[in-house]
Design a protein around this ligand. Structure first.
Ligand code: GDP
Length: 411
């Protein structure tokens, strides 16, 4: 069997109508992941690829994320949802589709727009370290090098404002619609000497498995299996678990020795990040633990937060968020109602710098530092230390209203 290629999750972000869906559609075509016949006729033919995926998901045809796979010589890629699609942020934050890199699409005719800034800031909040900037719709500005440089300068200022280095960020002038600079360099912009998008994608660095972080396994389900006993199931997010290790489940507070580790009906002596496993722990019964608990080594147990400081971005809330608001926080596999105890400061959504202290409320588009109190014990850890345990989505009224990360566990 051929060696599996390394895999990257890609997000496409940027202002509405700047061409994210068109770019994804055309990229999938150029990479051979879809065929010409699968496209509709008409000027929006590429865009429909993403829309179709979206519709299928709305109908419940695909229970998975609206994602699409393609390959280059070097890597396999999964395109994770674009923002705007309903559960993008929730999925990204709760780990279902954590993006390893993002392509920020900026239309050359419009330049930087409000969502360009928001998404760039969000990419930082979500811990996406690698960005590629696609200056799109170059066909609409006569493939002008001057206009490209103007937009490039605007985006460079933004990058610097969030502490990213424009010099180490690839910029590509493109037309998603015409297909310029997607797979090979286009004759329409002979002044451009950089990489085509697919070449730039191959220069991304694949994610490293966080084997050196403390062991964390958020529990998805707990089964009782005849002959084995209680089998909690979950994906190893960080660290390594070996047979014989002593593990504790928090906030349940029960612990014991790992008797067996199983994956795809086979037993293994150890499990590493990314592995979806079932495991059996001596002395831990089915009713002792539940979904939302997190397993870790007893010597380095998951943190149960009674109160924490968080940075949040309000994505879509119909009203205002004030002190006392108690929506449901989705963090790893836990869903816990948490109360906003204090609105500490409001941040400039484009730069993350403080703008005002003690605001009376925050609303859609705002970023803020807030103090949060879970209504019952939950595992929440500082995102800087163990990223998957410190990122959360806030859901209310059936939608993701905000997203954020835990800066500090204060109690
Ligand atoms: P999204 O909202 O960012 O996903 O943007 P879409 O992909 O839906 O594109 C918005 C509109 O811009 C559609 O009508 C596209 O056909 C058009 N469009 C996208 N990319 C290009 C491009 O490179 N050149 C031109 N001329 N139009 C484009």
């Amino acid at each position: 069997m051929a060696k599996e290629k390394e895999h990257l999750n890609l997000a496409f972000i940027g202002h509405v109508d700047h061409g994210k869906s068109t770019l994804v559609g055309h990229l999938l075509l150029k990479a051979g992941a879809i065929a010409e016949q699968q496209l509709d006729e008409g000027e929006d033919k590429f865009r429909f690829v993403m829309d179709k995926l979206g519709e299928e998901r709305e109908r419940g045809v695909t229970i998975d994320l609206a994602h699409q796979k393609f390959s280059t010589n070097k890597y396999d890629y999964t395109v994770v949802d674009c923002p705007g699609h309903r559960d993008f942020v929730k999925n990204m934050i709760t780990g279902a589709s954590q993006a390893d890199a993002a392509v920020l699409v900026v239309a050359a005719n419009d330049g930087v727009m409000p969502q360009t800034k928001e998404h760039m800031f969000l990419s930082m909040t979500l811990g996406i370290k690698q960005l590629i900037i696609a200056i799109n719709k170059m066909d609409m500005v006569d493939y002008s090098e001057d206009r490209y440089n103007e937009v490039k300068d605007e985006v460079s200022d933004l990058l610097r404002s969030i502490g990213r280095d424009p010099a180490s960020t690839p910029f590509i002038p493109m037309s998603a619609f015409e297909g310029d600079n997607i797979k090979e360099l286009s004759g329409n912009m002979s002044w451009y000497k950089g990489d085509a998008l697919m070449t730039a994608l191959d220069k991304l660095v694949p994610p490293e498995k966080p084997v050196d972080l403390p062991l964390r396994i958020p529990i998805q389900d707990v089964y009782s299996i005849t002959g084995v006993g209680t089998v909690p199931v979950g994906r190893v997010e960080t660290g390594i678990m070996k047979q014989g290790d002593n593990v504790i489940f928090e906030p349940a507070g029960v612990s014991g020795e790992v008797k067996s580790i199983e994956m795809h009906h086979e037993t293994f002596p150890e499990a590493e990040p990314g592995d979806n496993i079932g495991f059996n722990v001596r002395g831990v019964g089915k009713n002792d633990i539940r979904r939302g608990d997190v397993a870790g080594h007893t010597a380095d147990a998951p943190t149960v937060a009674k109160e924490f400081t968080a940075q949040v971005v309000v994505l879509q809330h119909p009203g205002v968020i004030t002190v006392g608001y108690t929506p449901v926080f989705h963090c790893h596999t836990s869903q816990t109602a948490c109360t906003f105890l204090d609105l500490t400061s409001k941040l400039d959504p484009a730069t993350g710098q403080p703008e005002a202290t003690k605001p009376d409320f925050i609303k859609t588009g705002d970023a803020a530092i807030v103090q949060i109190k879970p209504t019952k014990p939950m595992v929440m850890e500082e995102a800087a230390n163990i990223p998957p345990m410190g990122r959360f989505a806030i859901r209310d009224m059936g939608q993701t209203v905000a997203a954020g990360l835990c800066l500090k566990v204060t109690d």
